[in-house]
Design a protein around this ligand. Structure first.
Ligand SMILES: NC(=O)c1ccc[n+]([C@@H]2O[C@H](COP(=O)([O-])OP(=O)(O)OC[C@H]3O[C@@H](n4cnc5c(N)ncnc54)[C@H](OP(=O)(O)O)[C@@H]3O)[C@@H](O)[C@H]2O)c1
Length: 184
């Protein structure tokens, strides 16, 4: 029987669970960008790149100089079979397809798997039985977002919360939540 190793979600939200406005992230916090890079790049098995799965609109929202995200296998979810992507960036026709492919236990193939947004993809991912962890950055304040992270189900419980950090006028902190539905 093939086992699934599970995946994590990583997201930054404001106090209202807002994540984006006009297809961009309405804050620019270098400490959070470093946190995102460190968590999604860190590998635990030699030579295995982590996988970052994102919706097509999130891919398009990344500045050209940032994409593909280096050091990670970039996977873009799009139903458009002819959507063009650079060499080395993978397209999957559905989130489930990406999970089947990259969370299937194939020793030595891939490292950790992260779903990195946006709202459409988070909404499906958070309900998925293989979603084991959420790395959430909370930015204090309201940013008039038009795109939101879904309500977090009760079976996710907070396991760590950082101190409060400051970036110019903004304050933010990091929270990790783990799912009671998955054992590891
Ligand atoms: N704050 C954060 O941490 C964070 C992180 C990421 C993104 N964001 C923000 O989120 C916003 C984008 O989110 P969004 O919800 O508008 O778009 P999205 O989730 O990034 O992309 C939606 C697109 O992904 C594809 N897709 C999603 N689910 C699919 C499925 N099950 N099967 C096939 N295709 C699927 C579809 O592409 P096709 O139309 O091509 O089929 C769909 O139009 C932006 O504002 C971005 O800046 C914020």
């Amino acid at each position: 029987m093939r086992t699934m190793k599970g995946f994590s979600i990583i997201v930054a939200t404001d106090e209202e669970r807002g994540i984006g406005k006009a297809n961009r992230i309405p804050w620019n916090i270098s400490g959070d960008m470093k946190h995102f890079k460190d968590i999604t790049t860190a590998t635990y098995a030699d030579g295995c790149k982590n996988v970052v799965i994102m919706g097509r609109k999130t891919w398009e929202s990344l500045p050209a100089s940032f994409r593909p995200l280096p050091g990670r296998l970039n996977v873009v979810v799009s139903a458009n079979l002819s959507y063009e992507l650079p060499v080395g960036v993978m397209r999957c026709g559905s989130l489930q397809g990406a999970i089947d492919l990259y969370c299937g236990e194939r020793e030595g193939s891939f490292g950790e798997v992260f779903v990195i947004g946006g709202a459409a993809v988070y909404a499906e991912a958070i309900k998925h039985i293989c979603c084991k962890k959420i790395f959430r950055t909370v930015i204090n304040g309201k940013f008039g977002c038009d795109t939101f992270f879904p309500e977090i189900p009760d079976y996710f419980r907070e396991c760590t919360r950082s101190e409060i950090y400051k970036d110019k006028k903004l304050t933010y902190y990091f929270v990790e939540l783990i799912s009671d539905r998955i054992s590891k």
